[in-house]
Structure formats: structure tokens, C-alpha cells
Design a protein around this ligand. Structure first.
Ligand SMILES: [Zn+2]
Length: 122
């Protein structure tokens, strides 16, 4: 299977790592990584991103972010600690937002109760 230079289009010789015409470095075919050391902890990233998204969505995804972050933290052991920091950050952010959302709902509920009491007095 012959390759062609992405810069000038010259055919690249088998095994060469640079173009013979212009010297552009050729990316060698990616060898499949067998070890998990450099694998990305998707759950930790997803949890962190979801908890960040909850910052702009009024905490809508914070519960999901919390769940993903916890999974990410558990999974981080399999990834040699990869994503542990992200998972912990995700858990902290999500927890703060879950608490804020719960407080807001509680306040809203209290306000609604007060309203109904006030209107009942009329
Ligand atoms: Zn070239």
C-alpha cells in the first residue's frame, strides 16, 4: 500500500518517515495500544463536562454529572489513576450544584407555601 505526501503529493517509499521530495514528516500508521496506561477515562471526562454544562443549564445535568464522575473515579483505578482529578472535580462541582438546586427547589416550595398561606388569609 503506497502513501502519498500530504504536502506535495509525491509517492512515499514503504517504511520512509519523511517525503523524499519536500521533507514533510509522514505519520506512521498508528499501532494499536495494548496497555491501558494511556487510555482516556471517558466517564471521568463525561462527568466533568456534564457538571460544567450544569453551570450554564441551571444544574440540569448536575445529577448525571455526579453519577458519571463517581463511575469515572471508580474506573480511574483501571486507568492507572487517569481521570481521577477530573472525576473528583466533577463530583465536587456536581455536589455543589445538586445542593444549590435542592435549596432552590426548597426555597421555591417555601415561597409557594407562603403564597398559598397569604392568599388563604384573604
Ligand atoms: Zn512532499
Amino acid at each position: 500500500m503506497s502513501k502519498f505526501c500530504s504536502n506535495c503529493g509525491t509517492e512515499i517509499a514503504e517504511g520512509a518517515n519523511a517525503c523524499s521530495n519536500c521533507g514533510t514528516l509522514i505519520n506512521k500508521p498508528q499501532t494499536a495500544s495494548v496497555n491501558n496506561n494511556n487510555q482516556t477515562n471517558g466517564f471521568a471526562i463525561a462527568g466533568f463536562v456534564l457538571s460544567l454544562v450544569s453551570l450554564v443549564c441551571c444544574g440540569a445535568t448536575s445529577l448525571l454529572g455526579l453519577i458519571f464522575s463517581i463511575i469515572g473515579l471508580v474506573q480511574s483505578k483501571k486507568f492507572n489513576g487517569n481521570g481521577k482529578g477530573l472525576a473528583i472535580a466533577g463530583i465536587i462541582i456536581s455536589c455543589i450544584f445538586v445542593i444549590i438546586v435542592v435549596l432552590l427547589y426548597a426555597l421555591g416550595f417555601t415561597a409557594a407555601m407562603m403564597d398559598s398561606i397569604n392568599s388563604a388569609n384573604y
